[in-house]
Design a protein around this ligand. Structure first.
Ligand SMILES: *[C@@H]1O[C@H](CO)[C@@H](O)[C@H](O)[C@H]1NC(C)=O
Ligand SMILES: *[C@@H]1O[C@H](CO)[C@@H](O)[C@H](O)[C@H]1NC(C)=O
Length: 219
């Protein structure tokens, strides 16, 4: 009798541990991640990141962005820095701090590869929930594409923060302004993955791209 009481008490407890354990693991998933530069990063910081990353990995890993390499066009500093920062992040083991770069790197869930330019990506355990996701302009998106994204997003959401006097007006680059507008739209639509597609010019990131007074919302 005592044995029966004991087991009928312990069994539900064990079951509860088992179920909560399952729930715990279902929130982490192994997915590929990449590292890209935060769109608001200054030219000087991008140059530093590019140098630092290429000097601290196998020199071959930065060959793709050199003259004639598959990632040498378009010639854009943010794009070159993103390539190098990703090569560094992958080579060092994809710890979140390998994509920190003094708070100028973003861990991306979207593959930044384009044309014949491949960004190596490897799996990491990430939180599988929808919280902590933002949308930014893909580093390779053209200014024309991004102007279209701004027009599209700002036709649907209030974009006053990227206008003159708004908290996200500076730095006044197309990539930064488009990123803010795209995130406003992405956030408003409940962070559906498709709403950060923007005809292939959006990247979903796991790192908060906010800077200074420009606060960007996630889920
Ligand atoms: C990719 O490489 C192939 C073969 O080298 C070339 O024919 C093609 O034009 C390249 N595509 C792009 C988008 O650069
Ligand atoms: C995506 O492409 C379609 C067709 O070319 C166009 O109508 C639409 O405005 C584009 N959307 C964005 C966000 O650029």
């Amino acid at each position: 009798m005592a044995k029966l009481v004991l087991s009928s008490c312990i069994l539900p407890v064990l079951l509860l541990f088992f179920i909560s354990g399952q729930m715990e693991t279902s929130r982490a998933a192994y997915v590929k991640t990449w590292c890209i530069a935060k769109p608001s990063t200054s030219k000087e910081a991008l140059e530093n990141n590019l140098q630092y990353a290429c000097n601290n990995i196998n020199a071959m890993d930065c060959k793709a962005i050199q003259e004639g390499g598959p990632c040498s066009k378009p010639n854009d500093l943010l794009l070159y820095a993103s390539f190098a920062m990703n090569a560094y992040y992958q080579a060092k083991g994809r710890h979140y701090w390998n994509c920190d770069f003094s708070n100028s790197g973003l861990i991306s869930l979207t593959d930044p590869s384009y044309g014949n330019c491949t960004y190596e990506g490897g799996e990491t355990a990430v939180d599988d929930s929808n919280s902590g996701k933002w949308c930014v302009a893909s580093p390779s998106a053209s200014d024309d594409q991004l102007h279209a994204c701004i027009e599209f997003a700002c036709g649907k959401v209030d974009c006053s923060i990227i206008r003159s006097g708004g908290a996200c007006f500076e730095p006044n680059t197309v990539k930064n302004r488009a990123s803010v507008a795209m995130n406003l739209y992405y956030h408003q639509t409940g962070q559906a993955d498709m709403s950060c597609d923007f005809n292939g010019s959006g990247n979903i990131v796991r790192t908060d791209p906010s800077y200074g007074d420009c606060k960007l919302k996630s889920g």
